[in-house]
Design a protein around this ligand. Structure first.
Ligand code: ACO
Length: 490
């Protein structure tokens, strides 16, 4: 199949969230620490009534209903997650209910687990399947679903929750570019979940903590190390991607200033196709544990583009570069240079990155779904104007697994999944605006309850109240005495 990529994209986030400025006051930190320092506006959370499975069900149903996809049209379904509710059973198996009801059990794929990278691995699998001899002509669907929840302290404001579903197939408006993708895989203990889901481990942790509730659902993490791994992996991948681009197109890959010149002119006659013009990237998407890190990541790419020739103007921003020894990545960026780069890159960031960051700023870290939540936003904000543009993606999962690759936007032959049509049906900004903020105390109450119920059996969830869920949302109705989870739809 040709032009394989993303045909449609949907995002789901819980209706419950807390504003970061309220959290700042509640946590007693200096005003602006979370909103400016971390660049976050809101934090989505779930109580015990929603989990990674219910969010996956909600976003999958959204994708199928809003794009009129029959479950019979789907031949592959994969889930990227690091918030599994079972150490053996995949979240994909819960989603199969929707396909079984329609009489389709012929659906390949299971879950991909590797920190925030699982969703990207699932997308790669889905695209490979459609391009392969195994393909049977049906769509593939990828669902990413995660809840990030850190213990009270500096990491907590970077918690979040949400899910994304992507429809993958041929003749796509967003095509995965072949031959440019580059990957870095290594071993690191920057972020991991050692206790897993085993009740025995949980009991042992409790015993050690004198019977107190243990926030074992939260990862074991070295915050600064995780930031370093994220940025130094970016430093490794960007030159590799740029080299592949240059080899293929015979010209360098400057991310910085390509915007206005990047779209090839439209052909005057429709029967005369535009010549293949190699375009640099017009948009860049990053995983977003918090927005400031995205700003830093983008600024770092612009720094790479300077190839050590840092302009005077940057020094004027505050960077002390008088000795002329500009650090070459990968490296720990000196603090003044770091800040100066973010300031210098801001106008370009505003154009190329910000339009895809709203969900992550408003909902927090969605792990696997984080980077991919940028796609429905770009579609909503830009629509058919995306056609002819390249989107650069950096996908990072702690541990470490990371890839840099790109999507090319185009007008598909069939209008069913045109960018204009996708934009016209999108309601993302409206749904974000409809949410009513909760207080930090309500957030803590919900988190405590979810923690108590983690791995528990024989209970009916309580929070949030059913009335607070949006119509059509799936929720956990009961966990029975044998730990079987029963889901319902509002
Ligand atoms: N107004 C404006 N800015 C402020 C204020 C204020 N009142 N107070 C602090 N800041 C700024 C700081 O200057 C700093 O900015 P800088 O990064 O530009 O230097 C920023 O806010 C953060 O403050 P710090 O004190 O440096 O950091 P903190 O100790 O609060 O922890 C951290 C931040 C490490 C990111 C923490 O939130 C964390 O551990 N998060 C989870 C880990 C994570 O997300 N890792 C990312 C990749 S791995 C993954 O995705 C899981």
């Amino acid at each position: 199949a040709d032009n394989v990529g993303i045909l449609a994209a949907e995002v789901y986030f819980p209706s419950t969230y807390v504003r970061q400025e309220d959290l700042e006051r509640h946590d007693g930190v200096s005003s602006g620490k979370y909103t400016v320092g971390l660049g976050q506006q809101g934090l989505s959370f779930v109580g015990d009534r929603e989990d990674a499975v219910s969010m996956a069900l909600s976003v999958l149903r959204r994708l199928l209903e809003r794009h009129n996809i029959s479950p019979l049209e789907v031949g592959r379904l994969e889930v990227g997650t690091e918030t599994s509710v079972d150490s053996s059973k995949s979240i994909k198996s819960y989603l199969m209910v929707m396909f079984e009801e329609a009489g389709n059990t012929d659906v390949e794929g299971v879950d991909c687990v590797q920190a925030c990278y699982g969703g990207t691995a699932a997308v790669q699998n889905a695209v490979n399947w459609v391009e392969s001899r195994s393909w049977d002509g049906r769509f593939a669907v990828v669902v990413m679903t995660d809840i990030s929840l850190y213990p009270a302290g500096p990491a907590r404001p970077t918690s979040g929750a949400g899910a994304v579903a992507l429809l993958i197939g041929p003749d796509a408006p967003l095509v995965l570019e072949r031959g440019l993708s580059t990957t870095h895989m290594a071993h690191a203990y920057d972020f991991y979940k050692p206790s897993g889901l085993y009740p025995a481990v949980r009991a042992a942790l409790r015993e050690r903590a004198g019977g107190a509730v243990v926030e074992h659902a939260a990862p074991a993490m070295d915050g600064p190390l995780s930031v370093y791994c994220y940025l130094s992996t970016l430093d490794l991948l960007y030159p590799r991607y740029a080299a592949k681009f240059e080899k293929r197109h015979g010209r360098p890959f400057p991310l910085g200033d390509a915007g206005r010149h990047a779209t090839p002119p439209r052909p005057i006659y429709t029967f005369c196709p535009a010549p293949p013009v190699p375009r640099p990237a017009n948009h860049a998407l990053f995983p977003a544990p918090y927005n400031k890190l995205v700003q830093k990541a983008f600024a770092r790419l612009m720094y790479h583009d300077m190839h050590g020739e840092v302009p005077e103007a940057l020094a004027a921003c505050g960077a002390d570069l008088r000795d002329g020894s500009h650090p070459r990545p990968p490296m720990q960026m000196p603090r003044d240079l770091d800040k100066a780069l973010v300031a210098a890159a801001f106008a370009t960031y505003d154009r190329k990155v910000r339009p895809s960051t709203c969900v992550a700023r408003q909902c927090g870290n969605m792990y696997t779904a984080s980077i991919w939540s940028g796609i429905p936003q770009l579609i909503e904000t830009t629509g058919a104007a995306l056609e002819g543009r390249r989107i650069l993606l950096y996908s990072y999962g702690s541990g470490i697994s990371a890839s840099m690759f790109s999507l090319l936007a185009r007008a598909p032959h069939a209008p069913r999944f045109s960018l204009a049509r996708l934009q016209a049906t999108s309601d993302l900004a409206m749904r974000l605006a409809r949410r009513v903020p909760k207080s930090p105390e309500e957030f803590e109450q919900a988190v405590q309850l979810a923690e108590q119920r983690y791995c528990a059996g024989n209970y009916k969830p309580e929070l949030p109240a059913l009335e607070e869920l949006e119509p059509g949302t799936f929720y956990l109705a009961e966990v029975d005495a044998r730990y079987r989870r029963i889901y319902a739809r509002k």
